[in-house]
Design a protein around this ligand. Structure first.
Ligand code: AMP
Length: 326
């Protein structure tokens, strides 16, 4: 069935002279990789079309990937909009998305909002970039891929799968990644970007390790209030990246970062887990996402502690049934 959807997507792209690519707010490596990779793929294949990449947001962590385009508002009325890696319409980082003539959703989140005129959703995929790689390989006789495009798509596969570690990685994931490597992915530069950090960020990490809290049954969490974000001169996005520092603590199968968002008057929640799912917990707190990586929002410190107790109970019940796990 998805073969038909992919064919419809290619046919629709070929029909339009103007194609706009968008991704989700607060873009991560997958959102940036899928949008940049797809944009490059289409520009290289169809040099005569107007292909734009647009985003209302900016992610400093991925600044090395380059910028976005200004899209004239009048371009939308005859345009095709391709939205990648974005589960719900509220998360589309394009305030003009409703103006597009046709919208296509290409996504790997659990389907909650089929906002596209065409929806290609495969929640078993480890990244949206895996779908873009699959799209390229399905039509490789018709599409042209450059080293740059392959590198962007590979970047999303690598980052969203935790370097091919997370649930959802399959033999197919690695076959697709292998096909991209054959297109000349520049992994040396890519990994240099992904792993280099400013010396000041090491000071921040040492603060983080000192302030991680662990609940009775092992939920690791950290609250980054505004004062701490200011103390370390962190953007909201940089402060949010703290969730990855909570990974890898023995017995802490659930870890959660809370980031105070004074601009919105709420607290962003980033939830991660291994062995057990936390998506239902995220849904309970106004969020969602994947089984083991989800986002939510709480509106007070009291609600934050409610979420922590719910997470602790979830982990208690899991350990009672399955015993201690790494
Ligand atoms: P994050 O912690 O923001 O990286 O989110 C982890 C995963 O959950 C990502 O795939 C997000 O796209 C998804 N996600 C985050 N917040 C929400 C939300 N409020 N509703 C639905 N999905 C979300």
């Amino acid at each position: 069935m998805n073969e038909t959807v992919k064919q419809r997507i290619l046919d629709t792209i070929e029909e339009y002279e103007t194609v706009i690519v968008s991704r989700h707010i607060r873009p991560d490596g997958d959102a940036v990789g899928a949008s940049m990779g797809l944009t490059k793929l289409l520009r290289d294949t169809y040099p005569e079309k107007h292909i734009y990449l647009t985003d209302d947001d900016f992610s400093s962590y991925l600044a090395f990937c380059g910028g976005e385009d200004e899209v004239p508002e009048e371009a939308y009325q005859d345009a095709l909009l391709l939205v990648v890696d974005t589960g719900t319409r509220a998360r589309i980082s394009n305030r003009n998305y409703k103006r597009a003539k046709t919208v296509i959703k290409i996504d790997h989140h659990i389907e909650a909002d089929p906002y596209g005129d065409i929806n290609w959703v495969e929640d078993f995929r480890s990244s949206a970039c895996e779908m873009i790689a699959d799209f390229y390989l399905t039509f490789k006789d018709r599409l042209r891929i450059s080293r740059e495009a392959a590198t962007y798509i590979y970047m999303g596969m690598v980052t969203d799968s935790g370097r091919f570690r997370f649930e959802g990685v399959t033999g197919e994931t690695l076959r697709l990644a292998g096909a991209l490597l054959d297109c000349g992915v520049d992994y040396e530069t890519l990994f240099a970007h992904l792993y280099s950090e400013e010396p000041s960020s090491l000071k921040f990490k040492s603060y983080v390790y000192d302030h991680i809290r662990i609940t009775e049954h092992g939920v690791a969490y950290l609250y980054m209030d505004k004062a701490t974000q200011e103390k370390f001169s962190l953007s909201f996005e940089d402060a949010s990246a703290v969730v990855s520092e909570l990974d890898g603590i023995k017995g802490s199968l659930i870890w959660v970062a809370f980031i105070e968002n004074t601009a919105k008057g709420n607290i962003r929640v980033r939830l991660r887990s291994r062995f057990l799912g936390i998506n239902d917990l995220a849904i309970k707190y106004h969020g969602g996402g994947h089984n083991m990586a989800a986002g939510a929002t709480v509106f007070s410190e009291a609600e934050m502690y409610d979420l922590i107790s719910d997470a602790d109970e979830l982990l208690r019940a899991y350990k009672a049934e399955h015993g201690d796990k790494i």
